[in-house]
Write a protein that binds this ligand. Structure first.
Ligand code: MD3
Ligand code: FE
Length: 206
């Protein structure tokens, strides 16, 4: 379903086996060094979703090759199979012509427990306009997709569930978006995950 120009939601795109594989990989990536961390914002706040990065380390509001705001270690590599997954996701939703020439080289993995949220923001730290690929695992959430001008209305609320794919390309690449709430206890029982996990795949252009 196209939620806005360039923003396509593909429910249940990942089958059960691929969800379990991706979760197992995320659990490995979450281990130290360069594992799961709490992100501190310049204003002195903390993000409620904790994060792991692959390929490039995101910290508000730039990319680095080491965990500059954490344990200082080199960021874990971005595996080739995640790049293949990202290109397949773009081809399936926006069509083969929308697959970027540059390689996907960043994964940002956000872990949400029961009361984690993500405020309305734009993703502007990549130097590429390649589509962002988002994969959800675990609890259902309300994903709020806004507009390119302000973090306020108009916006569209979409429920994201385990296995869902969302691709943000074209004019939607710079739209405001956020996660106003997660629904605890709604993960599929066969997955074995408490909470929600979101993996975004990106092109750094760096
Ligand atoms: C629209 N993550 O990592 S996924 C983020 O569920 C982020 O963790 C949320 O916002 C999450 O930056 C929302 C959907 C998403 C991700 C990246 C986008 C929507 C996007 C980039 C550009 C436009
Ligand atoms: Fe974002």
């Amino acid at each position: 379903a196209e939620v806005a120009p360039g923003a396509v939601h593909a429910p249940d795109w990942l089958g059960a086996d691929r969800q379990r594989e991706l979760l197992a990989a995320c659990r490995e990536w979450a281990r130290p060094p360069a594992g799961l961390r709490t992100v501190r914002t310049p204003g002195g706040g903390t993000m409620t979703a904790r994060q792991v990065c692959l390929g490039w380390h995101w910290h508000p509001y730039a990319y680095a090759r080491t965990v500059v705001d954490g344990d200082g270690t080199p960021v874990k590599p971005f595996p080739a199979w995640l790049g293949a997954l990202a290109r397949g996701a773009v081809a399936d939703t926006l069509g083969p012509a929308a697959v970027p020439a540059e390689p996907y080289d960043i994964a940002l993995i956000n872990f949400y427990d029961g009361d984690a949220r993500m405020g309305m923001h734009r993703d502007g730290d990549e130097r590429s306009d390649a589509p962002v690929v988002s994969l959800s695992l675990g609890d259902r959430c309300v994903f709020r997709f806004g507009n390119t001008d302000a973090r306020t209305r108009p916006y569209t609320d979409v429920e994201l569930r385990s296995g869902d794919l969302f691709v943000f390309g074209g004019p939607s690449r710079l739209a405001y978006h956020g996660v106003p709430r997660v629904h605890p206890g709604t993960a599929p029982p066969w997955l074995g995950l408490t909470g929600r996990l979101n993996i975004t795949l990106r092109v750094s252009g760096l």
